[in-house]
Write a protein that binds this ligand. Structure first.
Ligand SMILES: Cc1ncc(COP(=O)(O)O)c(C=O)c1O
Length: 423
């Protein structure tokens, strides 16, 4: 028995399901990581994998990226937690306001879930309304406000609603299909809506892109009804462009949430948006939000180094987008020569394969993908030394550390895996 298997058996007796986040489990057991560097992750049995999970999108620059690690190391020598304000918090807030179009003010938190929870509370207080609208298959974190018909692990496990949620909260979360602005308009007209929250590009039911004019229509409809629009940019922020999806599509929401790539692998998230809304947060306003670790100097140092690296070198985006394009082309070439019916959705440095002949444009079409084939594909890729997310309802991410050799090996391995899937 290998070390990962042994560790998993032990972990199952100590940690529910042996994992600290459900998306990390897959049959028969996940590999246990010991270290990672650049584009690679190494396991406790001595195998290495080219990583396309990349911290579910967090590691935009790659694992162990030296300028980020050095800034964290230098902060570690000065202390890891102060719980009083620091100059670096002001610096990172200023950097975010420079990069992100909607960011007039910023509040730092630790995780994407915290960011979306507080953004929604803020919108509710600002509008003095209760109901929110979210879109089917969008994932905004593991809290009651948004855990209704969500994507990611919830879609993977086929749980439309988590047990333990309050009915009164669920009743206030209206869910409509993505890419359907007509239904959005009808729903907003017939209800009193505190906020519309959306992943501008969905990365949590595989990758699903907004159709032409959809985001523009969402913005127009929300504006017409004085309803705050929250872009959940926990994945797209600092990844799709320095200013996130709002820069990429030139659409300014009222509030936006960030996490993941903002600090290249350290736990930091943020709520950003219009000053007139943000000023409702305590201690100026009466919307309570607090956290011991918010704005901790370690994560903040990582975020400053990440944002400055990205600001200095916008070519990073060109490189990662090109890498993604080459891999996607490789997959499409393989599947057409093998006569396989698959769909590959891609944008910027993100892509996902769906084993389906239908176009994937919403939750219903994403659910038509053959998840058994995806699992076969995943298992085969692992044997080839490639790690993609274990679930169909996640996205593959490219980092700045993926090299030309990685691309060559990946295209070849994807071809081998697709051949196995066909047989
Ligand atoms: C779009 C989006 N929003 C929010 C979250 C929640 O972030 P966290 O896992 O940091 O709480 C995620 C996590 O994957 C996400 O993809």
């Amino acid at each position: 028995m290998g070390k990962s298997e042994k560790l998993f058996r032990k972990a199952q007796n100590l940690i529910p399901g042996g994992v600290n986040s459900p998306v990390r489990f897959y049959e028969p057991y996940p590999f246990f990581a010991v270290r990672a560097d650049g584009s690679k992750i190494f396991d406790s049995d001595g195998y290495s994998y080219i990583d396309y999970c990349m911290g579910y999108g967090a590691l935009l620059l790659g694992h162990n990226y030296s300028s980020i690690i050095n800034s964290v190391k230098s902060q570690l020598n000065k202390g890891s937690l102060f719980c009083v304000p620091t100059e670096k918090e002001v610096e990172v807030a200023e950097l975010i306001t420079k990069c992100v179009p909607c960011a007039e003010m910023v509040r730092l938190v630790n995780t994407g879930s915290e960011a979306t929870m507080h953004a929604i509370r803020l919108a509710r207080a600002f509008t003095k309304r209760q109901k929110i609208i979210k879109f089917e298959g969008c994932y905004h974190g593991a809290h009651d406000y948004v855990l209704v018909k969500a994507g990611s692990g919830v879609a993977h496990q086929g749980i439309p609603l988590s047990e333990g949620m309050l009915d009164s909260i669920v009743e206030n979360t209206l869910v409509i299909p993505y890419n359907d602005s007509t239904l959005l308009e009808r729903t907003i007209e017939s209800n009193s809506i505190a906020a519309v929250i959306i992943e501008p590009v969905i990365a949590n039911m595989g990758l699903v892109l907004p159709e032409k004019h959809f985001l523009y229509n969402v913005r127009k409809i929300t504006q017409q009804h004085d309803t705050p629009l929250i872009f959940d940019e926990v994945v797209t922020g600092f990844r799709l462009a320095l200013g996130g999806a709002q820069e990429y599509y030139d659409i300014k929401p009222d509030l936006a949430t960030f996490g993941k790539a903002i600090s290249n692998g350290f736990p930091l998230a943020a709520i950003a948006g219009k000053e007139e809304i943000m000023q409702h947060l305590t201690p100026v306003g009466r919307v309570y939000q607090a956290s011991t670790f918010a704005g901790n100097p370690i994560s903040v140092s990582a975020a400053i180094a990440t944002i400055k690296t990205l600001m200095k070198n916008r070519m990073i985006y060109t490189k990662i987008d090109n890498t993604c394009g080459k891999i996607v082309k490789g997959i499409r070439d393989s599947s057409s020569s093998l006569g396989l019916e698959i769909n590959v959705n891609s944008l910027g440095s993100m892509f996902q394969i769906f084993f389906s002949s239908n176009l994937v444009r919403d939750y219903t079409s994403a659910k038509k993908s053959d998840v058994k084939l995806y699992k076969k594909f995943f298992d085969q890729l692992l044997k080839e030394g490639i790690f993609v997310p274990p679930s169909q309802y996640e996205t593959c991410f490219i980092s700045y550390s993926h090299s030309k050799i990685d691309i060559m090996n990946t295209v070849e391995s994807f071809d081998n895996a697709l051949q196995k899937v066909r047989s």
